[in-house]
Design a protein around this ligand. Sequence first.
Ligand code: ADP
Ligand code: MG
Length: 241
Amino acid sequence: MEGVVIRHLWKSYKDQRGQMHRGVQDIRMDWQPGEFISIIGESGSGKSTLAKLLLGLEVPDRGSIRMDGVELTALHFRGWKQQRRFLQGVFQDASGTMNPCRSIYTNIEEALVNLTGASAPQRRECLLSLMAQAGLSEKLLDVPVRQLSGGEQRRFALIKALSVRPRYLVLDEVTSGLDLVSAEAVLQLLERCRQETNCGVLWITHDRRSAEQVSDRIFQMQQGRLVLEGIHQIKTKEIVV
Ligand code: ADP
Ligand code: MG
């Protein structure tokens, strides 16, 4: 079955004092291939918990997440390695996804070598093309990740995720704190990738305007529960290079 299908997904957290905290409750969601879904909601409402569950970074208490027929909640290390190519994620704090001491080029090369069969010239071309689209200078390629600003690191993490041509992309507050021009460049890059590769995007944001600008559907997260808020027409935005 095509798409991501989430049913009865629950997650709570226990703190050091043994007190329980609600993460998400009884989530039900269908995410079609190529669909751009936004999730908005207050801080603490459970958005990042859902992102982490989707990416296998947290284990649900119960429930099911199927991606194109594969039950993700049942996967172990080897299974995740196989599915990672198809499902990628970027978080607001992108530092965890890249080795800070190594260059951007080495970091992204590594992902391309591990997850795709692309040749060395193809890998370089893919990377340079994505960088140009994201408004990032080629000069940054050999700079160690730790020397880049938080916003640059996040855009590179996004490029790393896009470079393996995933079928689904989970993005948690990736434009928070970016200036407007950079945020717009990120949205245009996503729209272009969606048109070229039919990549589905789950866009988690507190910025309702960006959600309305790009989404097919908008969900609202409220106290761990997900509520459909609106359906937008698929927009074909004019992309300016
Ligand atoms: P959002 O991303 O919408 O701000 P989160 O998913 O980060 O919300 O958090 C949802 C709830 O789960 C919050 O009440 C938060 O305190 C709690 N939570 C998230 N992660 C943990 C954790 N590791 N330990 C304890 N509680 C957590
Ligand atoms: Mg969050």
